[in-house]
Design a protein around this ligand. Structure first.
Ligand SMILES: *[C@@H]1O[C@H](CO)[C@@H](O)[C@H](O)[C@H]1NC(C)=O
Ligand SMILES: *[C@@H]1O[C@H](CO)[C@@H](O)[C@H](O)[C@H]1NC(C)=O
Ligand SMILES: *[C@@H]1O[C@H](CO)[C@@H](O)[C@H](O)[C@H]1NC(C)=O
Ligand SMILES: *[C@@H]1O[C@H](CO)[C@@H](O)[C@H](O)[C@H]1NC(C)=O
Length: 366
């Protein structure tokens, strides 16, 4: 019920404030950053989160945390438990756990010890791909649960076009056709979520056509696929993933001129709202790829990027530079955009509710 209260407070703040003309008070910005923070996944450096991150969690300004290999040691499970406990004891606790996430795709892309041993490509090439994908979903859950991680930024549902291209280089794609990718994605998602781990289909609408070396982490990438090819090939696994109940979709930072010539998918209303929500009817939570990505160099600082993503309709932004400052910058900028009216409070409140409801679904686990 706490999330209903949150929404009521949120709307009360909106009504009580003349967004455009009033200079927002520090108190208002504090309250807004507690709402904005629910939309931000933070990261940190090394094995132990700094006090700063614990303080932000206790102050209700953190929605979740992403772990990388360098964050994972034999104390990690205990550290995560401590973060959840301190959050739970905070006056700003919303009644739902923090999202703790990582990339546990399989094969070479695994951040915590344990499975899935097979890469997605090996899963797709096995004699019974659906059974192998189900097994991979189970292995991912076992590995993640041991570290108190509750959300996986997997499966990759990109359809690779050329052997050895960007997504095939580390065997991250189940296959080169929609049928095999859809089948494996649905099996992995169903199993992993049945066992209590949030699944994420990525990278919408698809990175399978990106050539080797076209890495949005480093530089802008433009994929000149026709809209019909994107819809008939790349988007097919999203239909399967959505039918399987996938809880999150991660957008890519590539530009797809067939629908939007200017904005990368995760900053594009056309891709996020018209295509993913409108055409494919996705009702879950959307999450961006890394805000610090080189593909976004033309879109301002971290705060600007977080606001652009939120304006495009993205629910969660990923501040994954292994640095708490980045998450704070995103949170502060979103709060300021809510305060000055450049981000619609009504639309944002719907996203907040989706996020809280996603996290509410994690409670059954405990
Ligand atoms: C945890 O890891 C540290 C450093 O890697 C090591 O010294 C210590 O023995 C380990 N503790 C346990 C309980 O495994
Ligand atoms: C996928 O790869 C197989 C084996 O290399 C090839 O025969 C087939 O034509 C490819 N399919 C597509 C859609 O590219
Ligand atoms: C798409 O077209 C643009 C403009 O012609 C070009 O710069 C870019 O390299 C193309 N993308 C790919 C992946 O070929
Ligand atoms: C942390 O991240 C922010 C935003 O990405 C960046 O400006 C800053 O230089 C980083 N600080 C450190 C200490 O790495």
């Amino acid at each position: 019920m706490l999330y209903r209260t949150l929404k009521k407070c949120f709307i009360a703040i909106a009504l009580a404030t003349n967004w455009v003309s009033a200079a927002p008070t520090n108190l208002l910005l504090e309250e807004l950053s507690r709402i904005a923070g629910q939309h931000v996944i933070y990261s940190f450096e090394g094995l132990t989160p700094p006090d700063q991150l614990f303080d932000l969690v206790k102050d209700g300004k953190v929605g979740g945390i992403i772990l990388f290999k360098a964050n994972v040691g034999n104390q990690t499970a205990a550290i995560i438990e401590k973060l959840q406990t301190e959050y739970k004891q905070s006056p700003y606790y919303l009644g739902v756990p923090l999202i703790i996430t990582t990339d546990q795709e399989g094969g070479e892309v695994r951040r915590v010890p344990g499975g899935p041993d097979l890469s997605e490509k090996q899963v797709g090439e096995s004699t019974d791909p659906a059974a192998a994908a189900t097994e991979a979903g189970k292995e991912a859950q076992e590995a993640l649960s041991a570290y108190n991680v509750n959300a996986n930024l997997a499966p990759v549902v990109d359809i690779f076009r050329e052997t050895g291209n960007f997504i095939d280089e580390f065997q991250r794609s189940y296959g080169n056709n929609s049928k095999i990718v859809s089948e494996c994605a649905a099996a992995f998602i169903s199993q992993q979520q049945e066992l209590g781990i949030i699944s994420t289909a990525k990278h919408f609408p698809g990175l399978g056509a990106a050539p080797l070396g076209s890495n949005t982490d480093l530089a802008p990438v433009t994929l000149n696929l026709s809209l019909s090819e994107i819809r008939e090939v790349d988007e097919v696994p999203y239909t399967a993933a959505i039918a399987a109940g996938v809880k999150m979709v991660m957008t890519s930072w590539a530009i797809y001129p067939s629908l939007d010539a200017k904005m990368p998918s995760g900053l594009s209303k056309a891709w996020v709202q018209e295509e993913l929500r409108g055409r494919l009817h996705f009702r879950g939570v959307t999450i961006t790829d890394a805000l610090e990505a080189g593909a976004l160099d033309a879109f301002g600082d971290i705060g600007n990027r977080a606001v652009l993503a939120s304006q495009a309709g993205m629910d969660i932004v990923l501040a994954s530079q292994q640095n708490v400052t980045e998450g704070e910058a995103a949170t502060t900028a979103i709060a300021a955009a809510l305060a000055d009216g450049s981000l619609s409070i009504e639309v944002f409140a719907e996203a907040t509710e989706r996020i809280i409801s996603l996290r509410r679904g994690l409670i059954r686990r405990v």
